[in-house]
Design a protein around this ligand. Structure first.
Ligand code: NAD
Length: 454
């Protein structure tokens, strides 16, 4: 039997969980059970669904400290961010508990009788998730799925199996049996899930996301895929340089740069030298080390393969003429020092491909148009940040950014949980998730016409 083994990135000898992987036959059986539970759940009044989600929120909130420590241990997320993620998961559940009461359709003028639309749950939702937000991502998919009357089956990343299994324990008893299921496993389990569910929401790398989207298209089921990014932060000459440097240092290196929205390219219009120095100081000032320790912002990367990818990317960048502003010092375990590279051409790998770790490039642009052209010259389109003190100008640039999210004077990473979230181009397809946008994905709309015959 295949097993899923998840180890701690800061202490690779620490096995956090060793669990059997879910076979394709077990996946199919779980989906059959979920469908039966879902048919009853869809008829449960919104008031009861709201109460159930509220009690799941309480269940997580009661275990806030334990969940935080588990997340720090399993994925190496710095403790402050991990606590924030647990609080976010609780807030998402409370938010969707209230969304149960939202309107589910619209009425239209009718020549005779009544014309209206009504939204219905789609059925059993397959939720395939990455390891970097081990609680928030499963919850931001499952909470709306359940709120709108679906069943939810989560296939977590192998590297986040323990967090997902603990989530399943905390949900159990608050919603009907088989309505929420966690299916540990890797690609085989994920593929089997896509083969049988009624809709699939995926978050992870572009390569896998495109496969999931194609498999779903073959089956004629809706798919929403949130994938990688190569987000740019643009610093304009009138920006508060100190604020921009601090914000970008965090946006690029927080949680060792392992966020889809992390800044990977810093584009400076104007005095690039002064900004490089300010950024260098801010990056060197970030707390680095054991993610359980207070003040640490940059912990390890998730595993040995991830670390090697960053090390290889640094070596390649240096061969291509890149100069390291920071980084390069020796490091133990799966740690890599936050690394800023300058002097790379636009076609070099770090300016074209996502390297999921604490690494970004610094590029200089001759003017704003040049900066925006460079920022948009990417197959990705997740987030863009603009640093400026001219808000009028900033608002006019929003339209020019080819990304799903635009931040002004704030890091590319991070978005409020009640806002629609998602990318364009190879960063996302199938519509945004979170906030009110989730209703569109987790329900389908029926158009109803009632004709009065007398
Ligand atoms: P990954 O693509 O390797 O894995 C994601 C999930 O897909 C895992 O659960 C994995 O087991 C599963 N999987 C793998 N092959 C599969 C297949 N053939 N069919 C079905 N499922 C399969 O990604 P990861 O390494 O876990 O996460 C890092 C990536 O996620 C980065 O590229 C990052 O940018 C991206 N990410 C995107 C967002 C977003 O919202 N856009 C958020 C977080 C992370």
């Amino acid at each position: 039997m295949t097993r899923v083994v998840s180890t701690s990135p800061q202490r690779p000898s620490d096995v956090v969980v060793d669990a059997p992987a879910t076979s394709p036959a077990e996946v199919a059986e779980a989906v059959r059970r979920a469908r039966r539970a879902q048919r009853r759940w869809a008829r449960v009044p919104a008031t009861e669904r709201a109460v159930a989600l509220g009690s799941v929120a309480d269940s997580l909130a009661n275990q806030e400290k334990e969940l935080t420590s588990l997340m720090v241990r399993e994925v190496g997320k710095p403790a402050g961010e991990a606590a924030g993620e647990v609080a976010r998961a609780v807030a998402i559940l409370r938010y969707y508990a209230q969304q149960c009461y939202d309107p589910v359709g619209q009425t239209y003028p009718a020549s005779r009788g009544l014309s209206f639309t009504v939204r219905r749950p789609r059925g059993a939702a397959g939720l395939i998730t990455p390891w970097n937000f081990p609680l928030a991502i499963p919850v931001w998919k499952a909470a709306p799925a359940l709120a709108y009357g679906n069943a939810a089956l989560v296939k977590p990343s192998p590297d986040a199996t323990a967090c997902a299994l603990r989530l399943a324990e905390l949900v159990a008893g608050h919603v009907p049996d088989s309505l929420f299921t966690v299916l540990p496993g890797d690609a085989e389990t994920g593929r089997a899930l896509v083969d049988v569910v009624d809709l699939v929401s995926f978050t992870g790398s572009g390569a896998v996301g495109r496969r999931v989207a194609m498999a779903a298209a073959e089956r004629g089921i809706p798919a929403q895929c949130e994938m990688g990014g190569l987000s740019a932060s643009i610093v304009l000459p009138d920006a508060d340089l100190d604020h921009a440097a601090a914000s970008i240092a965090y946006g690029a290196m927080g949680f060792a740069g392992q966020k889809c929205t992390a800044t990977k390219r810093v584009i400076v219009v104007g005095d690039a030298e002064s900004f490089a120095e300010a950024l260098r100081e801010r990056v060197l000032g970030l707390g680095y080390g054991d993610p359980a320790e207070d003040g640490v912002v940059v912990g390890p990367v998730i595993n040995e393969v991830a670390r090697q990818r960053v090390v290889d990317a640094v070596a390649e960048a240096e061969r291509a003429g890149g100069r390291l502003l920071t980084g390069k010092e020796p490091a133990d375990g799966w740690f890599v020092r936050p690394t800023v590279v300058t002097g790379l051409g636009a076609q070099e790998r770090l300016n074209r491909e996502e390297v999921f770790g604490p690494i970004c490039t610094l590029i200089s642009a001759s003017n704003v148009d040049h900066a925006l052209t460079m920022a948009n010259d990417s197959t990705y389109g997740l987030a863009t940040a603009l640093y400026t003190s001219d808000l009028d100008a900033a608002l006019s640039y929003v339209d020019e950014c080819a990304s799903g999210m635009v931040k002004i004077n704030a890091p590319t990473s991070g978005v409020d949980f009640h806002l629609p979230f998602g990318g364009e181009k190879k960063s996302g397809c199938g519509g945004k998730e979170q906030g009110k946008a989730a209703l569109q994905f987790y329900t389908s709309s029926r158009t109803v016409q009632i004709v009065a015959i007398r």
